[in-house]
Design a protein around this ligand. Structure first.
Ligand SMILES: C=C(O[C@H]1C=CC=C(C(=O)O)[C@@H]1O)C(=O)O
Length: 412
């Protein structure tokens, strides 16, 4: 539902006992979820939906949300991340994408943190009765197979080889190329089952669901919390080893791989450049560290600082997106090559997904390890890899398989 921006929302947050689990409260067909390690937010119903598209989608979203927040009446006795008025959001990757970018304010939000839990009720001043949220049992189990979509494996190999040739010819330094998988979800399927498997299997990742877009991402695009800004940049990947010793060897191989370190540096630099304008004294880990996930190792760098200009998390997106972890370097050339070599619209894959509150604070992941479920049940999943001059196309194809694993297994 879209309401005129002049209408005021009334949001009231009160403390509640620990609900223990958030997902059973979510809607079966249109879940709104943001959780990590069992903590986070679940949204119910829709009080307000704002839609954006095109190159100015971030600036328009930031301005619209500022207007909505300024007009809102918020009472918040809890004051935790995600309490008070909150919108869940997901944004398209490409300025030219046909996918809509949305901010959705739920009617009810339940939040759970180690030290406090809360419920926020949002009313439109329309006199509608509040409905008490209830948990419901998950619907029957199902198994959905995802198979190559518009881009075949051979097509991906060909695109990767062309990208490598283009980079070696000096056109650009890095490009991130993705491929897609497709499937179909029956109308009656409870979408929470997929989210349950993702959250259980990847507890250190942000498991999210917004407007049919679901996934479990290890990469934090940006987090803003009362003037503090932080990000976790990922780029550079290797498979897990089958036993402890070889697993350790894999991590060491990743740490010492010039190719992966180079790929990682581009991604870190793009985030530093975007954030420095808003936070001149950023701190970052001296060297990248290895992040262990159930399906793979990543090279990771954490960045943090204080905001000097009061930017909201939405304000920061315009400069941050797309980072070189999902587009490449230089950005403009990389996006042009992605449009040329990927035979599909990325939709919201690799765009920002997360939430923002009335003060502009929020948590946003880079939407990786994800799938879009269309209203008719069609599923499209995406995964990609950073390609640099010394990449090998066949190795990159195998890497996409590793990155698809969370979503393929959650549906299967
Ligand atoms: C583009 C994806 O991952 C990015 C994040 C971490 C590691 C990456 C890599 O090693 O290529 C990618 O830059 C994806 O999962 O689809």
């Amino acid at each position: 539902m879209t309401i005129p921006l002049t209408s005021s929302l009334v949001a009231q947050t009160v403390a509640i006992d620990d609900p223990r689990q958030l997902l059973p409260f979510a809607d079966q067909t249109s879940p709104l979820l943001w959780v990590r390690k069992g903590y986070g937010l679940v949204g119910l119903g829709e009080a307000l939906r704002l839609e954006f598209s095109g190159p100015d989608r971030f600036t328009r979203a930031a301005a619209a949300w500022r207007d909505v927040s300024a007009a809102a009446v918020v009472t918040d006795e809890v004051r935790r991340p995600g309490s008070g008025l909150v919108a869940f959001g997901t944004f398209a990757f490409d300025d030219e994408s046909s996918a809509t970018s949305v901010l959705i304010v739920p009617r009810t939000i339940i939040g759970r943190y180690p030290d406090a839990s809360f419920i926020t009720r949002v009313s439109l001043g329309d006199g509608a009765e509040d409905v008490d949220p209830v948990t419901t049992a998950y619907g029957p189990e199902y198994r959905i197979q995802l198979t190559p979509g518009v881009q075949s494996r051979e097509g991906y190999l060909d695109s990767a080889e062309r990208a490598i040739a283009r980079i070696q010819a000096g056109g650009l330094s890095k490009v991130v190329l993705a491929r897609d998988l497709a499937g179909h979800l029956p109308a009656e399927a409870d979408r929470r089952r997929v989210l349950h498997d993702l959250a259980l299997g990847y507890p250190d990742c942000w498991t999210y669901a917004v407007d049919g877009f679901i996934g479990s991402s290890p990469e934090t695009l940006v987090r803003v919390d009362r003037g503090a800004v932080s990000a976790r940049v990922l780029a550079g990947t290797i498979s897990r080893g089958p036993d402890a010793e070889s697993d350790h060897d894999q991590a060491v191989a990743l740490m010492t791989s010039a190719k992966d370190q180079g790929e990682h540096r581009f991604a870190v630099q793009s985030v530093l450049t975007a954030l420095q304008a808003h936070s001149p004294q950023l701190r970052r880990s001296e060297v990248p560290f290895t992040l262990k996930l159930p399906n793979l190792w990543h090279l990771a760098t954490d960045i943090d600082g204080r905001l000097s200009d009061g930017s909201s998390s939405l304000d920061l997106m315009d400069g941050l997106h797309p980072t070189a972890a999902v587009a490449g370097t230089p950005t403009r050339d990389a996006v042009a090559l992605i449009r040329e070599l990927e035979p599909f619209d990325r939709g919201r894959y690799a765009g920002p997904v997360g939430w923002v509150d009335a003060s502009g604070d929020g948590e946003w992941a880079v939407a990786l390890r994800c799938a879009q479920i269309a209203p008719d049940g069609d599923i499209t999943a995406f995964a990609g890899c950073g390609i640099v001059a010394d990449s090998d196309a066949a190795t990159e194809l195998v890497e996409t398989k590793m990155k698809f694993r969370p979503i393929v297994e959650a549906f299967g």
